[in-house]
Design a protein around this ligand. Structure first.
Ligand code: NDX
Length: 256
C-alpha cells in the first residue's frame, strides 16, 4: 500500500523546478515548435490531428490523480481540504481533456512534442495527486483560511479567463480554417496571451490554496513554459499585422 514519502515529494518537486528553468533557457529565444511557431507546414507525417493530440496529451493529468483519489489505500480520513483541492486539479484537466480538444480548430500537432507533453502530464499528475492524497495535512478549518479562500478565488478567476480566451481564439476560425487573425475582445484587448495569462493566474491560485511545494513548482513551470510563448506570440503578431493594436502587451495587462 502507498504511503507518504516526503523525500520523494521533495525530489520530484525540485526536478519540476529544474525543468521549469530548462524550459526558460530553451524557449526564451526560440519558441516551442507547435501552432503558429512551426515552420514547415506541409509535413503531414509525424503529426496528429489537434483533437486527438490534445486529448491524449492531457488525459494523464486527469486520469492519474483521479485514480489516486479513487483507489487510495489505506483509506485515510484526511480533512476535506485535500480531496477538494485534488478535485480542483482534476476539474481543470477534465475540461482540458474532455471538452477543450473536441472544440479546437488548431493545426495538427507534432508527435514528438505530444510524446514529451504526455510524459510531463503523467509526471505532474502523479506528483500533485500523490502529494494531496498521501502527504498533505491541513487543519480542519483550512477552508476558511485566507490562503485557501484567496487562492481558490484566483484559481476560479484564472480558469474563467483561460476558458473565455480559448473560446475567443476558436471563434477566429471557421471549421477547417488554419489561418491566423488578430484576437479581439475580452482580455485580448490588453494582452496577446490572454489564455496564457489566465492559466498562469489559475496555477498560482492553486499553489496559494494548497500552500504546497509541488503546486508552486508547477505554477513556476507553467510560467516558464507559456510565459515565453506569450512573448513569441506577441512578436509574431507585431511582425505579421501592421495594424496590430499598439497598446497591447504580451502577457501582463499594462505591464509587459
Ligand atoms: N500542454 C502544457 N519541454 C503542453 C504542450 C506542449 O498543457 O519538450 C505544457 C500543456 C508541451 C508542454 C505542455 C510541456 C513541455 C513541452 C511542450 C512542447 C515542448 C516542451 C513538452 C505539456 C518540452 C522540455 C524541454 C521540458 C521536455 O493552429 P494553432 O494550433 O496555432 O491554433 C491555435 C488557435 N489560435 C489562433 N487561431 C486563429 N488566430 C489566431 N491568432 C490564433 N492564435 C491561436 O487557438 C489553437 O487551436 C488555440 C490556442 O493556441 P495557443 O497557441 O494560444 O495555445 P496553446 O499553446 O495551443 O495552448 C492551448 C491551451 C491554453 O489554454 C494554454 O493555457 C494551455 O493549453 N497550456 C498549454 C501549454 C502548457 C500549459 C497549458 C501549462 O503549462 N499549464
Amino acid at each position: 500500500s502507498m504511503q507518504c514519502y516526503p523525500g520523494l515529494v521533495l525530489v520530484l518537486s525540485s526536478l519540476l523546478g529544474a525543468l521549469a528553468l530548462l524550459q526558460l533557457s530553451l524557449y526564451l529565444r526560440v519558441p516551442s515548435r507547435y501552432g503558429k511557431h512551426e515552420e514547415r507546414l506541409c509535413r503531414p507525417r509525424g503529426r496528429l490531428p489537434a483533437r486527438c493530440a490534445w486529448f491524449l496529451q492531457e488525459l494523464p493529468s486527469f486520469l492519474v490523480p483521479a485514480l489516486l483519489l479513487a483507489l487510495r489505500s489505506p483509506p485515510r480520513l484526511e480533512p476535506l481540504g485535500c480531496r477538494l483541492l485534488c478535485c480542483l486539479f482534476c476539474w481543470h484537466y477534465f475540461y482540458r481533456t474532455f471538452i477543450y480538444p473536441f472544440f479546437t480548430r488548431g493545426r495538427p500537432f507534432p508527435l514528438q512534442l505530444l510524446f514529451f507533453g504526455m510524459l510531463f502530464c503523467i509526471y505532474n499528475g502523479f506528483l500533485q495527486g500523490y502529494y494531496l492524497i498521501y502527504c498533505a495535512e491541513y487543519p480542519n478549518d483550512w477552508c476558511t483560511d485566507i490562503r485557501f479562500t484567496s487562492g481558490l478565488l484566483l484559481f476560479l478567476l484564472g480558469m474563467g479567463i483561460n476558458i473565455h480566451s480559448d473560446l475567443l481564439l476558436r471563434q477566429l476560425r471557421k471549421p477547417g480554417e488554419v489561418t491566423y487573425k488578430i484576437p479581439q475582445g475580452g482580455l485580448f484587448t490588453y494582452v496577446s496571451g490572454a489564455n496564457y495569462f489566465g492559466e498562469i493566474v489559475e496555477w498560482f491560485g492553486f499553489a496559494i490554496a494548497t500552500w504546497s511545494l509541488p503546486a508552486f513548482a508547477f505554477a513556476c513551470f507553467t510560467l516558464c513554459c507559456i510565459g515565453p510563448r506569450a512573448y513569441h506570440h506577441h512578436r509574431y503578431y507585431l511582425k505579421t499585422f501592421t495594424d496590430y493594436p499598439k497598446s497591447r502587451k504580451a502577457l501582463i495587462p499594462f505591464v509587459f
